[in-house]
Design a protein around this ligand. Structure first.
Ligand SMILES: NC(=O)C1=CN([C@@H]2O[C@H](COP(=O)(O)OP(=O)(O)OC[C@H]3O[C@@H](n4cnc5c(N)ncnc54)[C@H](OP(=O)(O)O)[C@@H]3O)[C@@H](O)[C@H]2O)C=CC1
Ligand SMILES: CC(=O)N[C@@H](CCC(=O)OP(=O)(O)O)C(=O)O
Length: 333
């Protein structure tokens, strides 16, 4: 068994990693690190994990506790993995923070508004979207797993850009996320009273995921995220001017025909289809009246948008079955 350490195990993504790894045939959780949670029992933060990790407590960060671990997952706030990466050494490392996702320190500083402390290490990370970078991930020691919104939007758009059926200028991504996308610590905008029965846009014109979507798709993107009154899920609806009549559904179906976690179908997908799984559900249409293409993706932000994708990357890096430990079926209703 591969022994894994999780940094940020007390957070929402950390909890989802622990849940999925509890049923993984080739990877065991060896260490679960917290920050303010250090020393406290795992079930105090993740009661749903009581049977799997009932007698566990979160560790305080201490790099010597990585001894004996072959693999490290980090689900920390942005900026934190830059400080820890040296301690991880040459272990396999899957980082979900944004620190090493973008190609340049300048892009990171532009969109995240803070200085990048380790630009020297940017090129040592591979962007962890397996459907587009599988061979590079297999050869990598360090992977920067994508953000949740960019995963959904890029899966919907990239094959259409590559097929040349959409214009790459002014692509519109309207996406809605469940509240778990904002993490475990509630803020004024994510408490029940602010979210229940409500629907709102935020981050207009400046959401940091715009940079990632542009990097992956090669298109110029205008992205508007929305907060939806649900725990999990992302629905990304993407619009682009067509270069002419095409069959975008057939293009997506062909692009993902061999992909174990991507389903392309006629019916507009719903977030619940993906809930609890590592699946992505896609559809697309060409509209002759407006000469526009619309492409839609539904994922679980904690699944294919976070923990599931991290495990998919780790499976590839370790030469395990890519689907090991990862559900392809969602929880419904
Ligand atoms: N939630 C989602 O759907 C997605 C999240 N992400 C990204 O993944 C990362 C984790 O997200 P999420 O789990 O939602 O966040 P949470 O806020 O739920 O969890 C954050 C985790 O980081 C730990 N932590 C906080 N500050 C520090 C610090 N200074 N040093 C070390 N550890 C610290 C927390 O520890 P403690 O609680 O013990 O203080 C906790 O375990 C973020 O970068 C997020 O942007 C990416 C894709 C999707
Ligand atoms: C609903 C909600 O607040 N979502 C978060 C997305 C968090 C996330 O995925 O952040 P990174 O991918 O950059 O790590 C947001 O919009 O900031």
């Amino acid at each position: 068994m591969i022994r894994a350490a999780i940094l940020g195990a007390s957070g929402y993504v950390g909890g989802e990693l622990m849940r999925l790894l509890a049923a993984h045939p080739g990877i065991d959780v060896a260490r679960a690190f917290g920050a303010s949670a250090a020393g406290k029992p795992v079930p105090a933060f993740h009661p749903h994990l009581s049977l799997a990790y009932g007698d566990w407590a979160f560790d305080a960060w201490d790099e010597s506790l990585l001894d004996g671990c072959d693999l490290v997952f980090a689900a920390l706030p942005h900026g934190e993995s830059q400080k820890l990466v040296d301690a991880i050494g040459d272990r396999k490392f899957v980082d979900l923070g944004a620190d090493f996702r973008l190609d340049t320190a300048e892009e990171y500083e532009l969109w995240y508004g803070e200085k990048h402390e380790r630009p020297d290490l940017l090129s040592s990370f591979v962007y962890g979207l397996p459907e587009f970078r599988r061979a590079d991930i297999a050869a990598a020691n360090r992977v920067a797993a994508p953000g949740c919104y960019p995963t959904a939007a890029s899966l919907a758009l990239k094959p259409l850009v590559e097929a040349g059926v959409i214009e790459t200028k002014g692509v519109i991504v309207d996406a809605a996320s469940g509240v778990s996308g904002a993490g475990r610590i509630p803020s004024h905008g994510t408490i029940y009273g602010a979210v229940e029965g409500n629907f709102k846009a935020y981050g207009l014109l400046k959401h940091r995921h715009t940079a990632e979507m542009q990097m992956v798709t090669g298109a110029e993107v205008i992205f508007t995220p929305h907060l939806a009154p649900m725990s999990r899920g992302i629905l990304a609806t993407c619009y682009a001017r067509a270069t002419g009549p095409s069959d975008p559904l057939a293009i997506l179906a062909e692009a993902y025909a061999a992909e174990p976690f991507v389903y392309v179908g006629q019916t507009p997908p719903e977030t619940k289809w993906a809930s609890g799984s590592n699946a992505a559900f896609l559809t697309a249409r060409y509209d002759q009246r407006t000469n526009m293409v619309v492409a839609i993706a539904a994922i679980d932000n904690l699944g294919k948008g976070a923990a599931g994708q991290m495990i998919q990357c780790a499976n590839i890096m370790l030469g395990l079955d890519e689907t090991a430990g990862l559900p392809i079926a969602g929880v419904y209703p």
